[in-house]
Design a protein around this ligand. Structure first.
Ligand SMILES: Cc1cc2nc3c(=O)[nH]c(=O)nc-3n(C[C@H](O)[C@H](O)[C@H](O)COP(=O)(O)OP(=O)(O)OC[C@H]3O[C@@H](n4cnc5c(N)ncnc54)[C@H](O)[C@@H]3O)c2cc1C
Length: 287
């Protein structure tokens, strides 16, 4: 065994919502080989496992996750050559934007400030301000369910709005390569700063959250619908619909995962009753 794990470990400190249960086993691999070792080990033992990134888009229900949670934030490494940037799964999306900027490459500025990793970003096809990872994705290196290392190109990724093949196939992303175009470093930097300022002005970054709680429904904005239904500021326990941005559910103080899940249901049901639009959570509730 080339990695270590802890047992019965609380997960809330690792999750951006600062809520949730605890893991039977928790692994923090520091390299590709530790990650592969951990997945292989728990598979062999017939233990349930999940590979995650910065836990900025997921919620572990209160109580026990009866298996191994493998958090990849220390599986790092990023390099650039001829406009191609290769990043390991635990690198942050902000590091990807910074690496592009350092090499005077444009097209990844939108990643700056999304608090996820490459693994979670590709899984979710993360996007903002008109950009999404699918547009820059060239290829990824994955561990397949048979334990083989496979490479998938963009066309094989099933990308859509907040969607990728990783949501339906048990693939573990090890690293991914992105392509960006030559640009002006000062302009790239300025665009990143502008987008970060927009985030700070519009999002409740002072509270724990998972970002946008709901996917954007076709033809609408989730936040606008929620506000229109009078749900701004509504809370269940410590979970609250942000007053600053109705599309965010925040942990306003000691929220449990159950509070958050109940509030998501309340909001979705109320919006459906009042507008006929069904909001689907963007936050992934882990089973
Ligand atoms: C304040 C705030 C702002 C946000 N703004 C945005 C935004 O502008 N745009 C946006 O799209 N999102 C946004 N998000 C949501 C979130 O940051 C993104 O969805 C991000 O891509 C999730 O990355 P993560 O590493 O945290 O993934 P996690 O939450 O850890 O995981 C998400 C999913 O990916 C899977 N996964 C993670 N790594 C791997 C891997 N290596 N292999 C296989 N599966 C893996 C997990 O199993 C899980 O199902 C925001 C969140 C917050 C808190």
């Amino acid at each position: 065994m080339n990695f270590t794990y802890t047992e019965n470990t609380p997960l809330a400190p690792y999750c951006s919502m600062k809520a949730g249960g605890y893991a039977k086993y928790l692994v923090l691999p520091k390299s590709e080989s530790e990650l592969l070792g951990a997945v292989g080990y728990f598979k062999e033992k017939n233990e349930k496992y999940i590979v995650v990134g910065n836990c900025s888009n997921l919620l572990f229900p209160d109580g026990l996750y009866d298996g191994a949670v493998i958090i990849c934030t220390a599986v790092r490494g990023i390099s650039e050559k001829d406009g191609f940037i290769e990043a390991y799964c635990g690198e942050t999306l902000s590091s990807l934007a910074r690496a592009a900027c350092d090499a005077s490459l444009t097209g990844l500025e939108f990643c700056y400030g999304i608090p996820g990793t490459i693994g979670g970003g590709v899984y979710m096809n993360a996007g903002a301000y008109g950009g999404e990872l699918a547009l820059a994705f060239v290829r990824g290196r994955f561990l397949s369910k048979n334990g083989e290392i496979v490479e998938l190109t963009r066309d094989e990724m099933g990308f859509g709005y907040r969607k990728s093949i990783m949501q339906t196939e048990p693939l573990v992303l090890i690293s991914a390569t992105f392509k960006a175009e030559k640009g002006d470093k000062a302009e790239i930097r300025a665009q990143m700063d502008t987008l970060m300022a927009k985030r700070k002005a519009s999002q409740p970054l002072e509270y724990p959250s998972c970002g946008s709680a709901f996917k954007r429904p076709e033809g609408h904005y989730a936040g606008a619908l929620i506000e229109q239904c009078g749900l701004k500021g509504v809370s269940v326990g410590g979970a609250q619909v942000s007053v600053k941005h109705a599309g965010f559910v925040i942990n306003a103080g000691n929220a449990t995962a159950t509070d958050v899940i109940s509030l998501l249901t309340l909001v979705s049901d109320t919006v459906f009753e009042k507008t006929g639009v069904r909001l689907e959570p963007e936050i992934r509730i882990i089973k």
